[in-house]
Ligand binder design. Sequence first.
Ligand SMILES: Nc1ncnc2c1ncn2[C@@H]1O[C@H](COP(=O)(O)OP(=O)(O)O)[C@@H](O)[C@H]1O
Ligand SMILES: [Mg+2]
Length: 366
Amino acid sequence: MNADVTAPLQPGSTIGILGGGQLGRMLAMSAAQLGFRCHVYSDVPGPALDVAHSSTIGAFDDLARIADFARSVDVVTYEFENVPLRAAAAAQEIAPVRPGPKALDVAQDRLTEKTFISKLGIPVAPFAAVGNLSELQAAAERVGLPAILKTRRLGYDGKGQVRLESADALAGAIDEIRGAPAVLEGFVAFQYEVSVLVVRAVDGAIRVYDPPINTHRNGILDTSVVPSPLPAAHRKHAEEIASRIALALDYVGVLAVEMFFLGETGGASLVVNEIAPRVHNSGHWTMDACTCGQFENHIRAIAGWPLGSTERHSDATMQNLIGDDVAGWREIAGEPGARLHLYGKTEVRPGRKMGHVNRLRPKTAG
Ligand SMILES: Nc1ncnc2c1ncn2[C@@H]1O[C@H](COP(=O)(O)OP(=O)(O)O)[C@@H](O)[C@H]1O
Ligand SMILES: [Mg+2]
């Protein structure tokens, strides 16, 4: 390993990306802009491979191949949070892995994640670990109903979750998640959802993007809009929460923190839902509405460069193009103020993220 791991990477260095999806693709495009090359490691061909200097198709548990990959790059990052810890550890023996394996460890398991965040004194939904029906019954007593049963691992876009309205639904819910280790979360009566994207540099410098308000369709992010209606004092608090989590993880790169806003309740107004140790769909608007977007800032952070400005110069609505939505590309391409991003996926499937559009407006507030 390089003796001075805090020295900035020279342009021309190679960045290793674990994962080959659209997030890896947009990371690689930003890396190229700064003169870096990317080597993508993925278990399946994906959108990132089209824009990378080189790629390896290999299993994430093939530690020898992961080690070869790490030897071919100057720093390793990842674009999805389910990289096995052993793979991250194998890479870290050879090259710096940023963000470090600790963030992966925390974010991969909803129980670890909720425990970690609440130990920082940050509010989360009431939760309890569930391994079987009797534990679920006890958890429902403690947490109350309605509640949501979520698998501890590998859930995304609302998958691996069952909403529970009444006690007779408990046994069915265990069947539905096939008895997988789970957490029961009390239902949070929120007004709306926001997310905070924070970027932390190798030297500890931190910058935060304006929190967008996020809406979902069929469990999948639909839109992210800035400015959000979040009142200024809460916004400051939201940013402080995200920064505190980044610091506690000794984090390097972009971290996303999803939160519920409950309004003026007399109690907690902001409840953290989950974190993602990577660039995030709710930050896609930053590519076009900020001086330096999330993808470039993640690359800057992991390369040991100074961070770019997260200042927002425009109002923006990010809309995901899911499945057939992508058929509208022609009209969107002709819309003034619209910035179209397509991921190069050839097969359209329901629920598949095909691209997104950022619609920009002159900045009004915030
Ligand atoms: N405890 C909760 N109370 C109310 N709504 C919730 C709760 N947990 C999740 N949700 C809703 O479900 C969505 C998906 O849940 P989340 O935990 O973020 O899983 P995913 O990994 O699928 O994004 C959230 O964005 C929110 O709208
Ligand atoms: Mg989520």
